[in-house]
Design a protein around this ligand. Sequence first.
Ligand SMILES: Cc1cc2nc3c(=O)[nH]c(=O)nc-3n(C[C@H](O)[C@H](O)[C@H](O)COP(=O)(O)O)c2cc1C
Length: 216
Amino acid sequence: MEFKEAVNYRQSIRYFTDQQIAPADLKEIVQLAQRTPSWANSQPWQAYVATGQTLEKIKAHHLAAAQQGVSGNSDFPVAHRNQWGQPAQENMAKWGQDLQTYLGDQMPQMSAAQAHLFNAAALVYLVLPQDATDWSIYDLGAFGQTLMLVAADRKIDSMPAYEIVRYPDAVRELMGIPADQQVAMGIALGYRDPAYRINGFRTKRAAESTILTIKD
Ligand SMILES: Cc1cc2nc3c(=O)[nH]c(=O)nc-3n(C[C@H](O)[C@H](O)[C@H](O)COP(=O)(O)O)c2cc1C
């Protein structure tokens, strides 16, 4: 795939088919993501990938907790909407409106997708030490994006989601992640299911002129 095509192919996919991802593909995706730059080549990230029985246990735990209305307690704190800057608040509001307009009476697909962890074929947990610096958080985000683009290049879809790390204690236990590590972020992988309308939702971006300054 052309690089530009891969960048555009990547979009959040919220419902995957039951097709599994070959273990060799999973390994290669992570291996290429390791080419991500980091502060002094510190490579602060760890990737824990749940598949098979472990994935099923995580999904079952997540569904039960979501249905019981258990509050999330992600390792990274969740900021209230009004703690974000004005442009970000406006973008989030527009995204919500666009989604509502697009899904209409099929809006419940959104919460069902979250509760079922997007029917992921694999869940990648991006893990950092508890005492990680802000620079490592920057590096981890870049690692996640490289991983998703490498996956897109293989027509493997992805879903970066807070939802995946909403109940980190169960994940830590089932994945064997040590207590001195934070379960920072999660990325679901799989193949898009075209039967779900939610997968056709294409998000917009702010005009380039609102975010770009070039001075000469
Ligand atoms: C850090 C982060 C957390 C996110 N959490 C969720 C989530 O919990 N549930 C969800 O449906 N989407 C989640 N998303 C997906 C965003 O809504 C999505 O990336 C954004 O709307 C842009 O759409 P696109 O990925 O299709 O380009 C998250 C994305 C990021 C980067």
